[in-house]
Design a protein around this ligand. Structure first.
Ligand code: FES
Length: 162
């Protein structure tokens, strides 16, 4: 009776997989997967991952609606519009720390989230806010109303002349 070790492999059976050939094949598959992932990343580079959204702008009314020394809060849109001798200006009321809406106080603005305080002109009085409240661009629409651009910052002190 023949021993099991004496059985000759069939000519139709696949050759046995050695450890060396298995590791070589694994390394090749891993290399090809890494190259494919890298190539996919390179091909995605020309396409921006963040598409710019529409410009957020709000008509706030005619200049005559903002008397000298007055302040109008646009709470939903998160800015205030004021008028002084130099003109009209808008300041955002979104905290520059993590984006909470700041509240009006007697000395300026205060953030209810982490306690930042801002002066009347948006300057930081107490952190953790890293920078002042932004002043916002104002223009005039064709119908004569003022338009505040919430996403366009202007240097502090920039007034819209009226
Ligand atoms: S969000 Fe205003 S202080 Fe943190």
């Amino acid at each position: 009776m023949p021993d099991a070790n004496d059985v000759k492999p069939s000519r139709l059976a696949p050759p046995p997989v050695t450890r060396r050939s298995f590791l070589s094949l694994s390394a090749l598959v891993s290399f090809l997967a890494a190259m494919g992932t890298a190539l996919a990343g390179v091909l995605r580079l020309p396409k921006p991952t963040v598409e710019p959204g529409p410009v957020r702008r709000y008509k706030v009314g005619h200049p005559e609606q903002f008397p000298l020394g007055a302040e109008t809060l646009f709470a939903e849109e998160n800015f205030v519009v004021r008028r002084d001798a130099a003109g009209i200006y808008a300041i955002a009321t979104t905290c520059t720390h993590l984006g909470c809406a700041v509240a009006r106080t007697s000395e300026g603005f205060a953030c209810p989230c982490h306690g930042s305080k801002f002066a009347d002109n948006g300057r930081v009085l107490a952190g953790p806010a890293p920078r002042p409240l932004p002043w916002l661009e104002i223009s005039r629409a064709a119908d004569g109303q003022l338009v505040v651009y919430v996403d366009r910052e202007v240097p502090p002190g920039t007034h819209f002349p009226v």
